[in-house]
Design a protein around this ligand. Structure first.
Ligand code: FAQ
Length: 324
């Protein structure tokens, strides 16, 4: 069962401390505190669920993509997201969580997925905005996770970040094409950016002073930077890209601060993030219902795979019995 993290002080084996002190990776068979293991299951599972639920907003546009080329690219991107989910479930399994438990925790709301995937994709430009902003934010958040202290998660992140860099560029290219098209296409691109900007900033999580897990996760080398540090990095990276696209970011307070060497930006309405996390975002119920429906409709595939495996195991046992 996936249990909640408690506030007990973690007992840290010496071998675990030594690995962290040397900035080496902790591997599944190494000794580790139970709270470290549970923190990782929580974060990796939430990340895996985000990839799987994250297939839905873009998936809705596969049949409506404006050309065969766009359709093929989008199909490949959504398949990549499924692959990312599977790498991540496999990483969580190395910590002793089973696939069934993890999926059940998603389906019953005991584990979360990223807030961003509860927003609707109203136009084709939203597919561009997801690639540019959502993958862009995901990369900024995940590049430091390539150095996460837990080996299987860090290694999964290397492959995922490479693919997401490609996804981000395809989103930028969709928006670039629209922003340099007809006035209606430009307006569609701008509208998508207006709707996705603030939710993308919220992806980085609550502000540092309200982030429950950051301090411990940073001490354990799971997170390398705080939520606010990464959010700032994303803003600084994205503002010049918006200029290159010929689109504006919907924040009148966005301006360069020469003393900080960073962009200042307006206040984020975190009450919206908390509402979405609680389940009250625009599409939370629909996303989970769709996911549970797909899982139920796939029951026959799991049954067929288990029956095949049982048959193979029985045959192997028979063969081994015959040669013994
Ligand atoms: N949404 O104490 P903290 C993708 C929860 S990218 C929902 O700061 P932590 C790729 C948090 O879990 C998206 N819940 O927590 C893609 C905790 O609740 P809990 C996925 C959120 O863990 C692109 C509570 O609030 N990426 O899928 C959110 O130290 C395009 C307190 O927060 C990852 O998951 C949120 N935005 O920091 C796919 C990256 N923020 O668990 C398709 C890995 C916070 O106690 C298309 N994860 N919460 O019940 C992380 O880096 C961290 O877990 C954070 C949160 C930074 C998300």
């Amino acid at each position: 069962m996936v249990t909640a993290i408690t506030s007990e002080a973690p007992r840290e084996p010496d071998s675990f401390r030594a690995l962290l002190a040397a900035d080496e990776r902790v591997e599944p068979r190494d000794e580790m505190p139970e709270t470290y293991r549970r923190t990782l299951i929580r974060q990796i599972a939430q990340h895996a669920h985000s990839e799987i639920i994250g297939m839905q907003p873009e998936g809705e546009w596969i049949s409506r993509a404006p050309s065969l080329r766009r359709k093929a690219i989008l199909l490949a991107k959504v398949q990549d997201e499924a692959g990312h989910g599977l790498y991540l479930y496999a990483a969580a399994e190395t910590l002793g969580a089973s696939r069934e438990e993890l999926l059940d925790a998603l389906h019953t709301g005991r584990q979360k997925y990223s807030s961003i995937f509860n927003y609707p994709t109203l136009s084709w430009a939203d597919v561009g905005a997801i690639g540019w902003l959502v993958d862009g934010a995901a990369i900024v958040n995940q590049v430091p996770l390539c150095r996460c202290s837990f080996g299987p998660y860090a290694r999964a992140m290397v492959r995922i970040c490479k693919e997401e860099s490609f996804h981000q560029r395809q989103g930028f290219e969709i928006l670039h094409t629209l922003a340099h098209g007809t006035p209606e296409q430009h307006a569609m691109a701008q509208d998508a950016v207006d709707r996705w900007w603030w939710p993308s900033l919220m992806m980085f999580g609550p502000p540092d002073d309200a982030s429950e897990h950051s301090q411990q996760s940073m001490a354990w080398g799971i997170k390398r930077f705080s939520n606010d540090e990464l959010r700032q990095r994303f803003v600084d990276m994205t503002v010049p890209q918006a200029e290159a696209l010929g689109l504006t970011l919907p924040d009148p307070d966005l301006r360069w601060n020469p003393e900080r060497g960073s962009f200042d930006f307006g206040a984020i309405d975190f009450s919206e993030l908390y509402a979405v996390i609680r389940g009250d975002g625009p599409l939370n119920r629909q996303r989970i219902a769709h996911r549970v429906g797909a899982h139920e409709r796939g029951a026959w595939v799991r049954e067929a795979a288990s029956a095949y495996e049982a048959k193979r195991t029985a045959r192997r046992a028979e063969r081994e019995g015959a040669t013994a």
